[in-house]
Ligand binder design. Structure first.
Ligand code: SIN
Length: 287
């Protein structure tokens, strides 16, 4: 194989060509893994994967998590979640339409948030469907020394519930949203994570908070916590830290949730179809 790795922006992201994820060898995997750790977001072009091959590739990075949303897992491979605005012959939705429309890092509402997320694009709409990424190492590095000292030992509180979060709105596409989030609140208690997270492999520090899941700062009153969070969130999404991925069919895009925030930007409508498979790899403690 003639693997080629090319940067996609000045801050994060790289494109990989010349690899077939059905047949790569261990040395090629090591190159992919090194590129993943260096560039934080990888786009591996021109893949033709069946569900088993996608899961097998994902499992090279760790244990693939079961999905909470059983309604939209793939019937023949429940480790895959379907993201789609398509419908079946009876007009029923076949996938999650509005996953991840606010900036976030995956599963930070868990004690052990996700390590990486992998999306495989089967069909892209004629417009929209872009995924934005932001480099949380770079965001941390660019903070003033005073801010770094202020947040060094602070912890953010993370919640799955949109009902507890003034920075996000509940999607109109989810009819049962209030009941859904009430059930989720009971099932998944809020957790705390350091605002400054040290990556377990690279040893680099990153800012670890997001408007979607961080709802407060432990030990600060609501006003002070909100003001600090607003400042850190606004800083983290400055243009110089960002890369926007314009998908092609057959892209496999993976990102490192330990140092990257992302969001889906929408901008397409049925019958213009966006259809992807998603796997999520379990992570460890955040410190
Ligand atoms: C996600 O946040 O998992 C979805 C991202 C996307 O659909 O672009």
């Amino acid at each position: 194989m003639n693997i080629q790795i090319t940067r996609l922006s000045n801050t994060l992201g790289a494109e990989i060509t010349g690899v077939d994820l059905n047949t790569y060898d261990d040395a090629t995997f090591e190159e992919i893994n090194a590129a993943y750790l260096e560039h934080q977001v990888l786009c591996i072009r021109d893949q033709n994967l069946d569900p088993e091959s996608l899961v097998t590739f994902s499992e090279r990075f760790g244990v693939v998590e079961p999905h909470d949303n059983l309604k939209f897992t793939l019937a023949q491979q429940p480790k895959i979640l379907v993201l789609s605005n398509d419908v079946d012959e009876d007009g029923n939705q076949i996938g999650v339409i509005d996953a991840g429309d606010a900036w976030h890092t995956d599963h930070s509402f868990k004690t052990h948030p996700a390590n990486c997320t992998i999306l495989y694009s089967l069909k892209n709409p004629s417009q929209g469907g872009v995924t934005d990424f932001t480099n949380m190492y770079a965001a941390y590095d660019a903070l003033s020394d005073d801010m770094k000292a202020r947040i060094a030992n602070l912890r953010g509180r993370h919640s799955i519930s949109k009902l507890k979060n003034k920075r996000v709105q509940i999607s109109g596409a989810r009819e049962d949203a209030v009941e859904f989030y009430k059930r989720q609140e009971k099932a998944i208690p809020d957790v705390d994570h350091p605002l400054v997270r040290t990556h377990p492999v690279t040893g680099r520090k990153s800012l670890y908070c997001s408007p979607r899941f961080t709802v407060g700062i432990v030990g600060l009153d609501e006003d002070e916590g909100d003001a600090l969070l607003d400042e850190l969130i606004a800083h983290s999404i400055k243009p110089e830290f960002r890369y926007s991925h314009h998908w092609r069919d057959s892209d496999v895009v993976m990102w490192d949730n330990r140092c990257v925030n992302h969001r889906a930007t929408g901008g397409y409508e049925y019958p213009d179809i966006r259809h992807l498979y998603r796997t999520t790899v379990e992570g460890g403690p955040t410190g």
